[in-house]
Write a protein that binds this ligand. Structure first.
Ligand code: FES
Length: 195
């Protein structure tokens, strides 16, 4: 009688009433599913670990206040260079944003004069529609070339469609220099409102 050759293959699975007797006895289909889920969870975790910092980097500077504010006093020139007659000055400041620092960018202009011993600085921006206001030395008036508004040497409105007087800027003398805090104001309003 011939004896069948002994096989070293094990049965695919042996189960008891409680389940597989050994982990390696879990049917291969279930094991594949388990591995798929595990790999998926691991992949999602890795993707989040990379994506969250990347999104934060790309979104910068949203939500961060990194733009320089023009609220500092800017040098306008030597104090002794100014007198009763208005002198136009250009004001410069460094501009800083999230990526760049640009040195000495012109931020605006002002008319500067010393009246009754006090410094007066007036924005050159017309409060009507924003044209540049000139000084008329003969008429002793500030005038706007666009719609013929005119202003007193104090900056008070004299004539024309401008809804208010010229915008006065904060000014001081320090270390021999006239220094001006430059600001912009909304046009077309009867009152000053900073932009
Ligand atoms: S912009 Fe100056 S009067 Fe119109």
């Amino acid at each position: 009688m011939s004896v069948p050759p002994e096989s070293d293959e094990r049965p695919l699975a042996s189960t008891t009433a409680e389940g597989p007797a050994h982990p390696e006895d879990v049917p291969s289909e279930e094991r594949r599913k388990f591995l798929k889920v595990g790999v998926g969870v691991l992949g999602a975790g890795c993707a989040c670990a990379v994506a969250v910092p990347a999104v934060g980097y790309l979104a910068f500077p949203l939500g961060h206040d990194v733009t320089s504010k023009l609220d500092a006093y800017l040098p306008a020139g030597e104090a002794e260079a100014f007198g009763d007659t208005p002198t136009k000055v250009d004001l410069y400041a460094d501009r800083v944003d999230a990526w760049n620092r640009v040195r000495q960018v012109k931020v605006g202009s002002a008319w500067v004069a010393k009246r009754d011993g006090k410094w007066l600085a007036l924005s050159t921006v017309c409060p009507h529609l924003g044209c540049a206001i000139d000084w008329d030395g003969e008429a002793k008036l500030y005038t706007c070339p666009c719609h013929t508004s005119a202003f007193e040497p104090s900056g008070a409105h004299q004539q024309g469609p401008a809804p208010r007087g010229m915008d006065e800027l904060e000014v001081k003398e320090a270390e021999g220099l006239v220094q001006i805090r430059y600001q912009r104001f909304r046009q077309g309003l009867s009152g000053k409102e900073t932009v």
